[in-house]
Design a protein around this ligand. Structure first.
Ligand SMILES: Nc1ncnc2c1ncn2[C@@H]1O[C@H](COP(=O)(O)OP(=O)(O)OP(=O)(O)O)[C@@H](O)[C@H]1O
Ligand SMILES: [Mg+2]
Length: 330
């Protein structure tokens, strides 16, 4: 069965897109069929995979995420079928992003209120992203869906979070991330409770829908300790101070809140912790990988020289271990 995963942090620039991109390619190396979904109007994930002409072609042939929801925006109908971009010779697909997705944000905000009031149109719109992804995943026999979103707690991201099966949190160990985490915990709990109450009430009133809606219980599958801006290869004292506090912060602000809703909403990893892994600094290899439109671990000897080749190998080893851990636990 397909597993839909989103990486969530309302802090910008913490490496969400870069991490997700690498994770997808690593999962593919382990034999999985991947669907990337670019739900960030910045379209960074799309441009990590496609060049400008390819993106333009997907837009011109009406195959971006925007086109899938366009009838709902224009009031002319329900979600529209689109074709994902196929990465040449690989089992990787991409639903291309679109700057115009911001137009959907406002509508989703109203749709949320309509869902809570028990109106069919609210459920239709709030389930739209979920249904688009389900249709494309089934048609393409996808194992893992990896969704990329922007850094905010807006109505589009609420809709995405409730549409996924699992979420991961990349965490920079600093004061601002910790404050952000408190906010995420409180907000997620409210979103999940509100959605579940609204959909349960709808069922209790014996009302039916002609389409599927998400069950709205995304499971927390772990955090990633993001340390790509730690300099000199080791943690400074200040970083260590915050890093040591991470497990307790995760427990108090996320794990406890989700378990209050349902014990099954948190995966306890094999080692008893919630830490999935580290996201290390790959320095100049990160922008190089964007330029070459391939993950760091696929850069070849023509792309990199000397000492950097060791980092390429290390990156491959790290990401494949992480992908294997995800396959074991999710
Ligand atoms: N592990 C890494 N090592 C070195 N540089 C990195 C690493 N991960 C990301 N970067 C760089 O940091 C910048 C931000 O990364 P990225 O776009 O992935 O963050 P993001 O969290 O998705 O940002 P946004 O919140 O805007 O969506 C990029 O320039 C990227 O090349
Ligand atoms: Mg991003």
């Amino acid at each position: 069965m397909v597993k839909k995963i989103v990486l969530f942090n309302n802090k910008g620039g913490v490496g969400k897109t870069t991490f997700l991109f690498h994770l997808g390619y690593a999962l593919e190396c382990l034999g999985k069929k991947i669907l990337f979904v670019d739900l960030d109007p910045q379209c960074n994930l799309s441009s990590s995979i496609c060049n400008d002409e390819e993106i333009d072609k997907m837009w011109n042939t009406q195959n971006s995420i925007y086109h899938a929801v366009e009838p709902l925006i224009k009031g002319t109908g329900d979600i529209k079928e689109i074709k994902p971009y196929i990465v040449n010779g690989r089992t990787i697909r991409l639903i291309v992003g679109d700057l115009r997705l911001t137009e959907y944000e406002e509508l989703l905000s109203t749709a949320w209120v309509e869902s809570l009031a028990g109106n069919e149109i609210g459920f239709r719109r709030t389930s739209s992203i979920f249904r688009i992804i389900e249709d494309i995943s089934n048609a393409n026999d996808i194992d893992y869906v990896l969704m990329d979103i922007g850094p905010n707690l807006g109505s589009l991201n609420r809709c995405v979070l409730l549409s996924c099966d699992y979420f991961l949190v990349p965490l920079v160990p600093d004061l601002f991330s910790f404050r952000g985490l408190e906010n995420i915990g409180i907000t997620f709990k409210k979103w999940i409770n509100d959605w579940n109450n609204a959909s349960n009430r709808f069922k209790e009133e014996n009302k039916t829908l002609s389409f599927h809606i998400q069950n709205g219980k995304p499971v927390f599958a772990g955090y990633i300790n993001q340390q790509f801006n730690i300099y000199g290869g080791k943690e400074t004292k200040t970083w260590k101070y915050w890093t040591d506090k991470v497990p307790q912060m995760i427990e108090n602000n996320l794990v406890k809140k989700l378990k209050d809703i349902d014990e099954k909403m948190v995966i306890d990893l094999n080692d008893g912790s919630h830490k999935l892994g580290d996201f290390k600094s790959y320095h100049s290899l990160a922008p190089l990988s964007q330029q070459k439109r391939k993950p760091i671990f696929e850069l070849d000897n023509q792309d990199v020289i000397g000492i950097h080749r060791n980092s390429v190998k290390k990156c491959g080893k790290d990401f494949k271990e992480l992908a294997a851990k995800i396959i074991r636990n999710i």
